[in-house]
Design a protein. Structure first.
Length: 219
């Protein structure tokens, strides 16, 4: 990884926003010194590194539940190389797709296209400039957070749609007390049932007809 002057780094290095702190980043690098340097850099930027020494281990870690959402992959590794890892992850189609960054000394147009076509989201040519890597990781972190917000929003809409569907069709209602039977065979007041299955709150009052009846009953 190419070093830059401390003064320039301190002056220009972006600060990781609070909303992006503590993201796990998988690092797959077989060369020990490069792996350690990447690990320490990630820690200094506020990320939580998860290190692997080869591509096979990287695939295993990226396909488990709660896997890191970002991965930095060396192209040349024993077992599976970085391109193979990208291809394996995309073919597996995990529920949450990670953001994949390839690191390589290969800089030809054909190599870059091969990496991107295999499924990489970004491509950095070695020797890696520390500031460039940090900036690209910030982009990756923003993309991951945006994907998470969109996924949360989709889940909210799906939950709302389920509640709407629960209010469609036939509702078993008592002809005398007007209570509604729910899916657990419990009987609830109409307003209680609707409030639990829809985004509705009730404000109780009295209609003119009932008011007249009550007035007559109370003389």
């Amino acid at each position: 990884m190419r070093a830059t002057s401390a003064t320039r780094s301190e002056r220009e290095s972006p600060t990781l926003p609070d909303t992006l702190h503590s993201l796990e980043v998988l690092v797959a690098e077989d060369e020990p010194s490069s792996r350690l340097l990447l690990e320490r850099s990630l820690e200094s930027w506020g990320f939580r590194p998860v290190v692997c020494a080869d591509g096979t281990e990287a695939v295993e870690r990226l396909l488990v539940a709660d896997a890191p959402r970002i991965a930095v992959l060396d192209w040349v590794m024993p077992g599976m190389d970085g391109v193979d890892v990208c291809r394996a992850i995309r073919e597996a189609q995990p529920a949450v797709s990670p953001y994949l960054i390839l690191l390589t000394a290969r800089s030809s147009r054909d190599d870059i296209l091969a990496g991107l076509r295999a499924g990489a989201d970004d491509y950095i040519v070695k020797p890696v400039d520390r500031e460039e890597l940090e900036a690209r990781l910030l982009v990756a972190a923003r993309v991951v957070k945006l994907q998470q917000r969109l996924a949360d929003r989709v889940q909210e809409l799906e939950d709302a749609l389920k509640r709407v569907r629960q209010l469609q069709g036939l509702l078993p209602i008592c002809a005398y007390c007007k209570r509604i039977r729910d899916d657990q065979n419990y009987w609830s007041q109409v307003e209680t049932y609707i409030a639990e299955h829809a985004d509705v709150q009730f404000s109780h009052g009295i209609c003119p007809s009932c008011l007249e009846t009550v007035m007559k009953e109370n003389g």
